[in-house]
Design a protein around this ligand. Structure first.
Ligand SMILES: [Zn+2]
Length: 236
């Protein structure tokens, strides 16, 4: 890591994506922070044109700064979509300086926008990790969570509603069942009466008929509750 004079208002430090450049002193909006420094590459020269690394800074169609050299402190500055600095390009002088576009406080990371080409080639495929994009992602995640929760609650509500409807339906069924039971009891009583009449008529009640009559009238474990009566009726 290059040594930076303590007079400079920045230091190299750990950032979200690896290393970054951080303010150590207040930096005034508009002031020059650091030069983007490196040998000039001439695209008309085959050898120069063949150079490829992540730190190439294109000044014009012809000239590019190869910023991969160790002395180029500016290469530690990370990209941000909403930066606090900018690259100030002077095509005529073939010079680039990084300039503050906001007042930067000590401790703040210094960023500038690398431009659309760099973003498309290097950042979009891996996802930009700048504060603005992280915030956006966080917001999206929070929204997704909220939506998931909303759907879950909706599903739960639906289930609860179904349960209520099912209860109401089964209550309705109980009423109907009661009617059936009553009918059944009546039928049975009628049968019993008929059996009695038959028995009386013949004078010789058969054992089964008498037993049935007895079971209907005197079973001790069959109180006249509709539920149990229904059990009794389902015995037949
Ligand atoms: Zn971003």
């Amino acid at each position: 890591m290059p040594v930076i004079s303590s007079k400079k208002p920045y230091r190299i430090g750990r950032s979200r994506t690896g290393l970054g450049l951080f303010a150590t002193k207040p930096i005034k909006k508009g002031s020059k922070i650091v030069r983007y420094f490196g040998p000039l590459l001439d695209s008309k020269k085959k050898k120069d044109d063949a150079v490829d690394n992540k730190y190439l800074f294109e000044i014009s169609n012809r000239w590019t700064i190869d910023g991969s050299v160790r002395k180029n402190i500016a290469r530690y500055i990370n990209h941000a979509c909403k930066p606090n600095a900018e690259s100030d390009v002077s095509a005529r002088k073939r010079k680039v300086v990084i300039r503050a576009i906001k007042n930067i406080e000590p401790g703040e990371e210094i960023n500038y926008d690398y431009g659309t080409d760099y973003f498309k080639i290097f950042l979009k495929p891996i996802g930009c990790k700048c504060d603005a994009c992280e915030k956006k992602r966080k917001k999206k995640r929070a929204e997704a969570r909220a939506e998931k929760l909303r759907l879950k609650l909706k599903a739960e509500k639906k289930v609860a509603k179904k349960a209520v409807r099912a209860t109401a339906k089964s209550r309705g069924k109980t009423t109907i069942a009661k009617g059936v039971v009553d009918k059944g009891t009546i039928t049975k009583a009628t049968v019993a009466k008929t059996a009695n009449a038959h028995a009386r008529g013949t004078g010789k009640p058969t054992k089964t008929k008498a037993a049935r009559t007895k079971s209907l009238t005197t079973r001790p474990d069959q109180p006249a509750s509709p539920a149990l009566a229904s059990q009794a009726s389902s015995d037949n």
